[in-house]
Design a protein around this ligand. Structure first.
Ligand SMILES: Nc1ncnc2c1ncn2[C@@H]1O[C@H](COP(=O)(O)OP(=O)(O)OP(=O)(O)O)[C@@H](O)[C@H]1O
Ligand SMILES: [Mg+2]
Length: 233
């Protein structure tokens, strides 16, 4: 018998029977309902689904912001659902980047200072920080806006600051929750190119939730989420 050789790429996100339920009064909502998912390094994976399908809940389970009701999720071998808060902080510092649906910017900091936060946590030198921040802001078309605070920026500009903050350094896994939701289609195309290039350059698994056909068109794989369940599109 011939043995077929396959090139195995590292699986950097692995979910098994991952479930999260919420109670809304008498009703139980199955926000994530028995999800099995393997994501290899370098994959640009798109998760599509209607509002309320469970996309943000899935992202939050992977990043450890929300704990599973049952099942498990691992990121680079770390059991995120069971990890201590300090282990999660360490994981986010070293391996996991995110672009939250609500951006998660710090209002008191300028755009450039927001983008700089992950580099400060990494103790990157000030000179190198300045260069990396400038490059990241340029890459999202915000070169001239570094000194403005989030409150002085449009929704789409704020979203791009959150994207620059994620792209400013390499990570093993990037979670991008509707990253083009506040952008026009031309800007969305530029951002999608930047996310795609990031996956290819660093071998990062990029998980993107979206309704945007521009993003879907660039996917290595598209999954459909419906009532907390995930299936091939
Ligand atoms: N903290 C919470 N408490 C109670 N119910 C919640 C909570 N978070 C989410 N849900 C419920 O879980 C389901 C999935 O929500 P989720 O935010 O994951 O959907 P989504 O696919 O991200 O939607 P959208 O496209 O609108 O962002 C919804 O029915 C929602 O009401
Ligand atoms: Mg959502």
């Amino acid at each position: 018998m011939r043995v077929r050789r396959t090139i195995m790429r590292d699986t950097v996100v692995r979910a098994g029977a991952l479930t999260r339920t919420y109670r809304n009064g008498a009703e139980t909502v199955h926000a994530c309902d028995g999800i099995d998912l393997d994501v290899p390094a370098g994959e640009f994976l798109v998760i599509r689904g209607r509002s309320g399908a469970g996309k943000t809940t899935l992202m939050s389970l992977i990043s450890g912001l929300v704990r599973p009701t049952s099942g498990a999720v691992e990121v680079t071998g770390v059991d995120v659902g069971a990890a201590s808060e300090s282990r999660l902080v360490e994981l986010r510092r070293t391996a996991l980047a995110g672009i939250p649906q609500e951006f998660g910017l710090l209002d008191a900091l300028t755009a450039a200072e927001n983008v700089e936060v992950p580099l400060r946590l990494d103790a990157v030198s000030p000179k190198r920080r300045d260069r990396l921040v400038a490059e990241a802001l340029d890459a999202v078309g915000l070169g001239g806006h570094g000194r403005q605070r989030p409150g002085e920026l449009s929704g789409g500009q704020q979203q791009r600051v959150a994207i620059a903050r994620a792209l400013v350094r390499p990570s093993r896994v990037l979670l991008a929750d509707e990253p083009t939701g506040s952008l026009d289609s031309a800007t969305a195309a530029t951002i999608t190119d930047a996310l795609h290039a990031y996956a290819r350059t660093h071998g990062t698994a990029v998980l993107v939730t979206t309704h945007d056909p521009v993003v879907v068109a660039r996917a290595d794989r598209v999954l459909e989420m419906h009532d907390g369940r995930l299936r091939a599109a």
